[in-house]
Design a protein around this ligand. Structure first.
Ligand code: PLP
Length: 372
């Protein structure tokens, strides 16, 4: 049996509806912003439960726009987590700010006690990451931010479709970034992203800045950039929004099944703590495994595709050396441990129960456990 990690062939196996809309777009020649982009922004903000949405080229641009909108300046310190995708930190560095890293907790989310320890007078914002499609306790983070008068930018790039006691990632902070990279829960056929906020002032600034600072075709009120989402991708995003709830529910069912079965291997596998009332997207289904590298090879030999997110936390990346200042000379015990033991299993909406059983069975065999 083959178990694939990548499901895009299946997802886009029948693209007729998308192509039908693309044909209409081609006829209209409305290739920059326009009707489809507006519609996507409207529907996306409704889905997230936020007042405003500004779509972008990708999630990285969305993060950069969030930082720019909050007027983050060179030298400002931004607290974030060390086990995130490169883009969270790349965005901070691209505006000249200084990333200050926190370790993660046993759920692979930013360690909130560490956030408290890292706040100084120079701290301008926290970027909590909804890592893997799970969420840190945003209620606690918002309390800390309020107390210290610090802004919060949510990196909700993996968080589309998650919820914390009914509230979506991206609705807690001052401003938030999302990604529709192909392997996200809501995906484009290429790159796409979005910023959401409830702050009208930030929205008005962003909508102009993202489009060259234009008031209209002949007048600019500031120097801006071109971060516009492609209408072709808005169409894919709109198509995806129609089925996102179903997708997240299937992923949750698949994840619960793994949780239940893998708990029986608790001597070898650690399933993360789940918080009641926090719904995850399972962008990544991650567990900590004894002999991770050998297990990965064994599964691959048995035609099961698994991943590691990531074998090196950011503190072990060559690029980190530049920031290995006093501010970042800390140990990142959990992130280091997780980088060595984490394994990401396919949990997508197209994996069958038979495939899941086969994968679990292989894990049982690897650890020489017969009971299944
Ligand atoms: C946590 C996180 N932040 C930022 C990004 C960047 O998004 P994009 O690839 O759309 O630029 C991603 C995804 O790739 C991500 O997973």
């Amino acid at each position: 049996m083959i178990v694939n990690y990548n499901y895009l062939n299946q997802e886009f196996s029948n693209p007729n509806e998308i192509i039908g809309e693309w044909k209409k777009l081609i006829k209209s020649t409305d290739f920059t912003l326009g009707k489809y982009v507006n519609k996507f922004e409207y529907k996306f903000s409704k889905f997230i439960g936020s007042k405003y949405c500004v779509s972008t080229n990708n999630g990285t641009d969305a993060l950069i726009l969030c930082l720019k909108a909050l007027n983050i300046q060179p030298g400002d310190e931004i607290i974030t987590v060390v086990n995130t995708f490169y883009a969270t930190v790349g965005a901070i560095v691209s505006v000249g700010a200084v990333p200050v890293f926190c370790d993660c907790d046993d759920r692979y989310q930013i360690d909130i006690d560490d956030v408290k320890r890292k706040i100084t007078k120079k701290t301008k914002a926290i970027i909590p990451v909804h890592w893997g499609g799970a969420s840190p306790d945003m209620y606690k983070i918002m309390k800390i931010a309020k107390l210290n008068k610090i802004k919060v930018i949510e990196d909700a790039c993996m968080g589309i479709g998650a919820s914390l006691k009914g509230k979506s990632p991206g609705t807690f902070g001052d401003i938030s970034a999302f990604s529709m990279h192909p392997l996200k829960s809501l995906n484009a056929m290429g790159d796409a992203g979005a910023v959401v906020t409830n702050n009208k002032k930030l929205y008005n600034w962003l909508i102009r800045y993202r489009n060259h600072g234009m008031i209209n075709r002949d007048t600019i009120s500031m120097w801006g950039v071109n971060n516009r989402m492609q209408p072709l991708q808005s169409i894919v995003g709109l198509w995806g929004l129609k089925k996102i709830k179903k997708v997240i529910n299937i992923r949750n069912k698949n994840a619960s099944y793994y949780d239940k079965k893998l708990k029986k291997l608790s001597k070898f596998i650690k399933v993360p703590r789940r918080i009641k009332g926090f719904k995850e997207t399972f962008a990544l289904y991650m567990v900590l495994c004894r002999d991770r590298n050998k297990l990965k090879k064994y599964l691959e030999k048995n035609k099961i595709e698994v991943k590691i997110h990531y074998p090196k936390a950011l503190n072990n990346q060559p690029a980190f050396k530049k920031f290995n200042s006093k501010r970042n000379k800390h140990k990142f015990k959990n992130s280091d441990y997780q980088a060595k033991t984490l394994l990401t299993l396919p949990v997508h909406q197209f994996i069958s129960r038979k495939q899941q059983d086969y994968l679990i069975q292989c894990m049982y065999k690897f650890y020489k456990k017969n009971e299944f």
